[in-house]
Design a protein around this ligand. Structure first.
Ligand SMILES: Cc1ncc(COP(=O)(O)O)c(C=O)c1O
Length: 464
């Protein structure tokens, strides 16, 4: 029952920060967690567990930081927030208030962005499998469409020709960088040139704005290489009297979740099979303790060589090209925490301890990708007896064996009790609501928008 108030609450709660993979926290959130644990308990009692608290101020800070770098290098730019990273409406509202664009991947994300007040012309649509309804909505809204293939172009062309009134549709062509030759996304040289030829014959129906690519991984070097490759098509298009003005380098700007040195030391010294309940160290993780912030990454990208003696920033100036970015994860850095209430702890046959939480690993989902969230939870504890340091892994409340939030054995300063809270920091980027569902008919976790009215006054309202 979401509104049940645990009877085990005994005294004023204590906040236990983890000592190993300690989450980096925005100062506003640190203040809230350190001083408002009782308010947090009230919120869980009212809205149920898990509960996602969303902090739009962090989104604004992240956008401003990237804009500062782009302005420092004096490059023409546009930022499209990759709305797939998180389902919160208040983050779309924040994007609209800041006047940036939104990268939408479905007609539903488009509708949500429009509800936030985002002008259609500020939307950009990526994704290879857009439906007719999505294409139509994009064309009608005057949005930018990333064409993924000649097949998609043919589909779009038929749709545009079938419209009662002519609309000049704005397109980017998605390039498949040489580093990912077998990717199903984007086009190789021949297909791109084929699309350019067609666009040169369809000027009344289409306006080619430029080129797009998006790469997996988080390196700026791979983007710089893809950028150098894609500029050949800018030249080819200009020779066909098309007028591209944009190169869109997608997302993949990094977040730092924990201190880099602590992270390296963890990977080197602590990350052993014996530290996992299932005795299995995952093959890969997000680089949780990376050495670059998103702003540093962007500066390095702009300074990377375009050609000997000429940086990418120089190329953008001299070629009159706008640099577009579609950051998802990095714009929601620090923009949410996910709070789980502990249901019970249990000693297992092998003498290890499992902590059950109310909620499931669908709301903190790395284990479903055969990986782990290498950020330790903060414990809000009511324990009144002397602390009992414990190692435990954490499981969701469902009957699925794989419903495990972390197989990693986490060190707790004291054994969590029923009614205690575990706070996962920095969950806005693909963690909190990517896989969420109503398994066991448990209601979808609620999202509350946090407003910081003064240093000590936080107001939470439903995010809708
Ligand atoms: C085309 C495209 N753009 C942008 C993004 C956002 O990437 P990130 O959240 O890593 O910044 C993605 C993520 O999958 C994507 O597919």
């Amino acid at each position: 029952m979401p509104n049940e108030r645990p009877s085990t609450l005994r005294k004023f709660p204590e906040v236990h920060q983890p000592t190993m993979l300690t989450p980096l926290l925005d100062p506003v959130l640190t203040h809230f967690i350190e001083n408002r644990a009782a308010q947090l308990l009230e919120l869980l009692a009212q809205y149920g567990s898990p509960l996602n608290l969303v902090w739009p101020h962090a989104f604004k800070t992240n956008v401003t930081a990237l804009q500062a770098v782009l302005n420092q290098y004096n490059v023409k730019h546009s930022i499209f927030y990759g709305a797939k990273a998180n389902k919160s409406q208040c983050l779309l509202d924040a994007a609209a208030q800041l006047g940036i664009g939104i990268d939408v991947s479905s007609v539903h994300e488009l509708d949500a962005a429009r509800r936030a007040g985002m002008p259609g012309a500020h939307l950009c649509a990526t994704g290879p499998a857009k439906t007719t309804a999505f294409h139509r909505a994009l064309v009608e809204a005057g949005s930018l469409i990333c064409v993924d293939s000649p097949e998609e172009f043919a589909h779009l062309n038929r749709l545009v020709r079938s419209l009662p009134a002519p609309v000049r549709t704005r397109v980017l062509l998605r390039y498949r960088p040489r580093s990912c030759p077998t990717s199903r996304f984007g086009m190789g040289t021949n297909e791109l040139l084929e699309c350019l030829q067609q666009l040169s014959q369809e000027r009344e129906n289409f306006h080619l704005e430029g080129f797009h690519f998006h790469l997996g991984g988080y390196g700026y070097e791979s983007r710089a290489q893809a950028f150098r490759e894609v500029t050949a098509f800018v030249e080819a298009a200009r020779e066909m009297n098309l007028a591209p003005t944009m190169i869109d380098i997608g997302g993949g700007l990094p977040i730092r979740y924990v201190e880099s040195q602590a992270y390296d030391s963890f990977l080197q010294n602590e990350n052993k099979p014996s530290h996992y309940y299932n005795h299995s160290v995952p093959d890969s993780y997000y680089p949780y303790g990376g050495y670059l912030t998103a702003s540093q990454w962007l500066a390095l990208f702009l300074e990377a060589d375009y050609s000997p003696g000429q940086s990418i920033a120089n190329y953008l100036h001299s070629s009159n090209i706008t640099l577009s970015l579609e950051p998802g994860r990095s714009l929601v850095d620090q923009a949410a925490i996910s709070v789980f209430r502990v249901t019970r702890t249990k000693k297992l046959a092998d003498n290890k301890t499992v902590i059950f939480v109310e909620g499931s690993s669908f709301s903190a989902c790395e284990t479903w990708f055969s990986s782990e969230y290498l950020v330790d939870p903060i414990l809000i504890s009511h324990a009144s007896s002397p602390p009992t340091p414990t190692q435990a892994y954490i499981a969701g409340h469902s009957c699925l064996d794989d419903d495990v939030i972390t197989y990693r054995l986490i060190n707790f300063a004291t054994l969590p009790q029923a009614g205690d809270l575990l706070i996962y920091a920095n969950t806005a980027g693909y963690q909190m609501d990517l896989l969420e569902n109503q398994f066991h008919r448990h209601p979808l976790p609620r999202r509350l928008m946090a407003t910081c009215c003064s240093q000590d006054h936080f107001v939470f309202s439903p995010d809708c």
